[in-house]
Design a protein around this ligand. Structure first.
Ligand code: GLG
Length: 826
């Protein structure tokens, strides 16, 4: 493991308070043209960012000099999503100047928290996958690895969520409306992207055949760079995001012909490519625009890599030594045929040469087993948008089937059909995940269990063919954002307990386990949790108008809304407790606040119904005086990274209750455990590894295992058996048919019940219901014993060092990327 010093005295950018103050004031005047007496918080925030940027840009330049000076191998991380959140606080911490800046701003009459909250979240992602990419680039820079993230510069990130009468309403997110101080436009590196048109076969003067693509349209890709400051400030890498623009040539032509409106339409079409992030998580948006987005950013990124490589090399013999490209999920697999196109059609390499290079360059991370999330494209659509790429994919497939599959399974047409990148059907489809496996030297899953399921269930025959290509890298989270910056109270306690090096070596926290029984330490640990809960209670009041007590268990489920994540199972527990309380208002339960945060894809009707259901049930419960406030339910609107940062430090109980076998890893589960929440969860994704780390007695595991889930489904699962055999379950489900929670709208919640009965309950909520309720009772029991709970919480927090994203990155480096660390600034 690389050790980069992060001792305070080793931070390269030391800046004293006075200097920082002066810098902020100077930027207020000379960059933003305003004065102290006029400036509002937004202006102060921007001036602060400019002051920070003086250091960031210096680090950027130094890093660039160092990395290009040694012409080093680098990883290129291609991802359709980077869920960055806010950067101000993190940049300050990573540069080691947070306290300096805070004190300087105080002296200027400004409150740093207020200024930081002026920053809009950069929500260029949906959920775990995008946030993982953001944690990974933080870790890469922290560890001093030469790396660049490539993605799309969406004009609108994930929609802003509002509730109207409990329903989700989507509003556009405009994170750049008033300019973003972190990004730098790089017009010198604009790329051109061809689309549509047709392909011709031409014969050169030497009689050599070559393919020429005559595109129907050209789009420009304009790069915006966002500096990525590693913790300790030793390396500043970049995240390069591409914005689509109409090509000048087209505009001008149409314009001259008198078609002003048409020229505008052309422009609008071109710019649509980077207009919006698809708000789907775990569902395939089978849209032309989505394919175009994927191709657009891969094409720009590859040209960018080739351009940089060619500056230093005359041929491609060193390409695979210098460049490794990680495909973050199936979305960017189109990069594989695109590299082939650039090498063969544009650079004149022979197919075999190009393929040999390509095969050493690409690696693929799979993030889900859900079949609906694995990109598949209708061949007809594909040919329309990317005619040349379809030919290239046919060629890759043809060679693969003839040279590889036929050798392993001679005369076995069925096997060819099974493994073919083209799915024969009506319509015929391009299987992008298969292309990923065929075109990459490694394929990895994101938690141990998921990687096993990839081999056994998703790609069993590919695994038989190439066992050495499959590997696991368990996900991680950056402890800088997810503990140090978001939970300063707990961070201070840990500094005191184990010293200040834990933000890079999270396993140091293990030493704290020894204090888990110490009543004094327990008291301090739980006092911090209590303060964090009080802070969140204020946020809850402000956002929902509901008053909650920090004495209650804070039971939190935050993640995208999806049936497999089973927010509706949580809802069934709430209904169960509520009904029991109505039957016996003196029922002795620990007070609880159920807290939710989740966005539903706008087209996902049932997910939106579940949000509505939880909101309506919450309204009724929160207003019901008979239950004396013993339970409350709140759904915080517009869940996003910056809200997560306020919620996670305040969690007592972390809901990780997906159907076993469905959640590839989860990363919220890691964030909660690190901040001292106990997990209630199934044996799914990384929960399995969290249990291994914290010990069976410090986690609440329930429900069917993945094997049991699949045997149950195979044997013919009938959710009605559970409905009829459990009167309590039947009663709460029947409640949903009434207008009890939705006065004057009987049946408004019936769709949830229907999905669980008529719909067959595909994610086995009813099968896991009883076991979930029992586990929740065990939680209630454990919480009564304050010392026991404190001990469990401390052990959780202290034992999850494995889930540092630095460890994930080091795993990628060791098994896939083979990089050397070059911290730029000593
Ligand atoms: C996926 C999975 C999550 C996983 C995340 C990051 O569903 O389980 O933690 O990627 O690997 N679409 C996702 O968010």
């Amino acid at each position: 493991m690389v050790q980069v010093s992060t001792a305070a005295e080793d931070f390269p950018f030391y800046l004293d308070k006075e200097a920082f103050k002066q810098s902020v004031q100077r930027h207020l005047h000379t960059t933003y043209g305003t004065v102290e007496s006029k400036a509002n918080s937004l202006a102060w925030w921007k001036a602060t960012c400019s002051a920070i940027n003086e250091l960031v840009f210096e680090g950027l330049t130094e890093t660039h000099k160092k990395h290009s000076g040694i012409d080093t191998r680098a990883v290129h991380y291609l991802s359709l999503e980077f869920l960055m959140g806010r950067l101000t606080r993190n940049n300050l911490y990573n540069l080691g100047i947070f306290e300096t800046a805070r004190d300087a701003l105080t002296e200027l009459g400004q409150d740093i928290d207020t200024l930081c909250s002026e920053e809009p979240d950069m929500a260029l992602g949906n959920g775990g996958l995008g946030r993982l990419a953001a944690c990974f680039i933080d870790s890469l820079a922290t560890l001093g690895y030469p790396a660049i993230g490539y993605g799309i510069h969406y004009e609108h990130g994930l929609f802003r969520q509002e509730f109207r009468d409990g329903h989700q309403i989507e509003r556009p997110d405009s994170w750049r409306d008033y300019g973003n101080p972190w990004e730098i436009c790089r017009p010198e590196s604009i790329q051109k992207v061809p689309l549509y048109g047709y392909v011709e076969t031409e014969f050169g003067p030497n009689g050599k055949m070559r393919k020429v693509w005559h595109p129907g349209e050209m789009i420009r890709g304009v790069p915006w760079d966002i500096p990525v400051v590693g913790f300790g400030g030793h390396t500043v890498n970049i995240l390069r995001l591409w914005e689509s623009r109409a090509d000048d040539y087209f505009d001008w032509d149409v314009f001259n012909a008198g078609g002003y409106v048409d020229a505008q339409a052309e422009k609008a079409r071109a710019e649509a490519i980077s207009k919006v992030l698809y708000p789907n998580d775990e569902t395939l948006a089978g849209k032309e625009l989505r394919l175009t987005q994927q191709y657009f950013f891969c094409c720009c990124s590859l040209q960018d890599m080739l351009r940089r490589y060619k500056r230093r090399h005359d041929d491609f013999s060193h390409f695979a030594e210098q460049i490794v490209i990680q495909l973050n999920d199936t979305h960017p697999t189109i990069a594989i045929p695109e590299l082939m196109r650039q090498l063969v059609d544009l650079e004149g390499l022979k197919w075999e040469e190009a393929w040999a290079i390509s095969q050493q360059v690409f690696a693929y991370t799979n993030h889900t087993l859900l079949p609906e999330a694995l990109e598949k494209w209708d061949v007809v659509l594909f040919e329309h948008v990317l005619p040349r790429h379809l030919e290239i994919i046919y060629e890759i497939n043809h060679r693969f089937l003839d040279e590889v599959v036929a050798k392993k399974w001679p005369n076995d047409d069925q096997m060819k059909q099974r493994l073919s990148i083209i799915e024969e059907g009506n319509p015929r489809m391009v299987r992008m995940a298969y292309l990923g496996v065929v075109g990459c030297f490694k394929t990895n899953g994101v938690a141990y269990m998921h990687s096993e399921l990839i081999k056994k269930e998703l790609f069993p025959y590919f695994y038989e063919l190439w066992p050495e290509r499959f590997t696991n890298v368990t996900n991680g989270i950056t402890p800088r954002r997810w503990l140090k910056a978001c939970n300063p109270r707990l961070s201070a306690l840990f500094d005191e307990a184990v010293g200040t090096h834990w933000p890079t070596d999270l396993t140091l926290l293990r030493q704290v386990v020894a204090k888990a029984d110490d009543p004094k330490f327990q008291k301090r640990f739980m006092a911090i949790k209590h303060q964090n809960k009080q802070d969140l209670a204020k946020v809850i009041l402000q956002l929902t108008g509901v008053e909650v007590s920090a004495e209650a268990i804070f039971d939190i489920q935050i993640k995208r809304l999806h049936e497999y994540k089973r927010q509706h199972l949580n809802m069934l527990h709430i209904l169960t407790l509520y009904r029991r309380l109505l039957q016996d208002p003196d029922l002795d339960i620990q007070p609880r606040v159920f807290i939710f945060g989740a966005k539903a894809a706008p087209g996902y009707k049932l997910a939106k119904d579940i949000i509505f259901g939880i909101n309506k049930i919450g309204e009724r419960i929160n207003a019901d005086e008979r239950i004396k406030g013993k339970i409350k339910v709140v759904f915080l609107p517009n869940y996003r990274v910056s809200l997560a940062e306020q919620m996670i430090p305040a969690g007592d109980l972390s809901e990780q209750i997906s159907t076993a076998g469905k959640e590839a890893s989860g990363t919220g589960n890691m964030k909660f455990a690190l901040n001292g929440a106990l997990t209630i969860g199934t044996m799914d994704g990384a929960n399995v590894e969290i249990r291994e780390e914290v010990g069976d007695e410090n986690i609440f595991i329930f429900g069917l295992s993945a094997d049991e889930v699949s045997s149950k489904l195979k044997a013919g699962y009938n959710s009605r058996d559970y409905y009829y055999n459990n009167p309590e379950l039947k009663a709460i489900l029947d409640w949903l048919d009434s207008d009890y929670f939705t006065p004057n709208q009987p049946g408004a919640l019936a769709s949830i019940k229907r999905s669980l009965l008529d719909g067959g309950d595909p994610f086995l909520c009813l099968a896991d219901y009883e076991s979930y309720i029992c586990a929740q009772q065990a939680v209630d029991q454990a919480y009564r014993d304050k010392a026991r709970w404190a001990k469990m919480a401390i052990i959780n927090s202290a034992s999850v060092g494995k889930f540092n994203s630095d460890r994930s990155i080091q795993d990628y480096v060791d098994t896939i990327w083979k990089l050397k660390s070059y911290p730029a600034i000593e």
